[in-house]
Ligand binder design. Structure first.
Ligand SMILES: Cc1cc2nc3c(=O)[nH]c(=O)nc-3n(C[C@H](O)[C@H](O)[C@H](O)COP(=O)(O)OP(=O)(O)OC[C@H]3O[C@@H](n4cnc5c(N)ncnc54)[C@H](O)[C@@H]3O)c2cc1C
Length: 413
């Protein structure tokens, strides 16, 4: 009898898992269940759509036919309500029950709402789906004034949307700089200058106290932590993700701000795997549990999980150095590995638009941020993968044309 694989979530993790299962097992029954109304699209590119810079078509990755051609059952608009691991069943809101031999959980997260008055008012946007992007694109096109909240990698996308759509926007940040966990003030100032050049004004040491609305319940202004009121007919909030795990209550699957999996993407419950943003996985490079929120990592996890779900014997481990780039400015920006971890660091500013920071843990490079020149990324990522101790050679590492051959690496490493 053929094996039955059920995948919950048709993001890049779920979809690439389905593709890999089909490649590995031509006879298997494969179902992909998603509560979204469209098949896999490029989540990275929806910001370009929201900016008004890209039409819809190139954002789609797979049409529904893609699944049919591979004999993969795609269930759109289908919300999973619970999983019964003993019966090996997935229950949905109104599309019945799916039986599985192996299950993959790839349901990612949902943006967190601000815990303040009127945070669900009309005109306040969160950014995760293509549907969100359509609403944001349309609204930003009509709006005159805006506020963006959340000084991270998604918040800056909303700031860039305001800039591209000519919205006069304030960008509210908690500390004294953008992405304070990854950047020093020196590095962040390059981003602040670039934001201001595009018409977005950063507001530091602030936060949101609440929103004022009109009689129709539409947001009209934002009150910040210092009592300032900013006119804002458009508001974008990106303060983090809540992982979509509610439907797993009662399954016994271990969670720790995400679903805990080993390096093979397997949960503690038999026949259930997880992949993508939702996982807290065992990182074999760091030798500790870690989390990634990036496209490349989610895709790789989906593929590794799929291979291990099908494998009868030797398993493949997830070993990956992730990266995340931002392309809103005249200069490139790239974060790689785990720049916010570590016990040691070094940084250097090379020019008004070029800066670099490297983070080390136990003497080894674990991550970094490159602004202006991202060419050395491959060389740094290679050092991370090889787990060599280089923290005592910061001068060599920070040379503008960093050459790994100039590092003194002990033979035994
Ligand atoms: C605007 C934006 C810009 C980004 N830019 C970058 C970038 O530049 N570089 C980068 O590397 N990453 C970027 N990311 C992050 C990247 O897109 C994610 O890390 C990646 O898409 C995660 O994939 P995933 O498959 O794990 O989860 P998701 O893509 O979130 O897919 C999960 C799916 O599961 C569905 N689902 C959830 N619960 C249920 C349920 N109960 N029943 C059925 N279906 C359910 C969801 O609706 C969703 O379709 C960006 C993300 C956004 C939103």
């Amino acid at each position: 009898m053929s094996e039955s694989y059920v995948i919950i979530g048709d993001g890049v993790a779920g979809s690439s898992a389905a593709e890999t299962i089909r490649e590995e097992d031509p006879e298997a029954d494969v179902s992909v269940i998603t509560d979204e109304g469209e098949a896999l699209y490029n989540r990275i590119l929806i910001k370009e759509f929201a900016k008004g810079k890209l039409p819809e078509a190139p954002i789609s990755i797979h049409e529904e036919e893609w699944y049919a051609e591979r004999d993969i059952d795609l269930e759109l608009n289908t919300f999973v309500t619970d999983v019964d691991p003993d019966a090996h069943e997935v229950h949905t809101y109104d599309s019945g029950t799916f039986e599985y031999d192996k299950l993959l959980v790839a349901t990612g997260g949902t943006p967190t709402q601000l815990p303040v008055d009127n945070s669900d008012a009309e005109g306040i946007h969160h950014f995760w789906t293509f549907q969100d992007a359509r609403k944001i694109q349309q609204h930003a096109d009509e709006a005159d004034t805006g506020v963006v909240v959340g000084a991270g990698l998604l918040g800056i996308d909303l700031a860039a949307v305001c800039a591209a759509q000519g919205v006069d926007a304030k960008y509210i940040m908690r500390g004294n700089r953008w992405w304070r966990y990854g950047l020093s003030l020196d590095g962040a100032e390059i981003i602040h200058d670039a934001l201001e050049e595009k018409g977005v004004e950063p507001v530091f040491e602030s936060g949101v106290e609440g929103f004022e609305t009109d009689d129709d319940g539409r947001v009209v202004s934002t009150i910040d932590a210092n009592g300032e009121e900013y006119e804002s007919d458009f508001v974008g909030v990106a303060i983090g993700l809540n992982f979509n795990t509610e439907y797993l209550q009662g399954t016994g699957i271990e969670e720790d701000s995400g679903i805990v999996v080993d390096e093979y993407m397997q949960t503690n419950v038999e026949d259930i795997y997880a992949a993508g943003d939702i996982t807290r996985y065992y990182d074999t490079i760091l030798d500790q549990y870690a989390q990634n929120g990036s496209w490349g990592s989610a895709k790789e996890q989906g593929q590794i999980a799929a291979k291990n779900m099908v494998a009868d014997g030797e398993e493949e481990e997830f070993r990956w150095v992730s990266s995340y780039s931002i392309t809103h400015f005249d200069f490139p920006f790239l974060s790689f590995g785990f720049p916010t971890l570590g016990d040691d660091e070094c940084e250097r500013k090379y020019s008004d638009t070029e800066w670099r920071r490297l983070a080390f843990k136990d003497g080894k490079l674990v991550g970094g941020v490159l602004i202006g020149d991202i060419a050395p990324q491959g060389r740094y990522k290679d050092l991370i993968r090889k787990e060599v101790e280089v923290a005592d050679q910061k001068e060599v590492l920070l040379e503008q044309d960093f050459d790994p051959d100039e590092l003194a690496i002990p033979q035994e490493q």
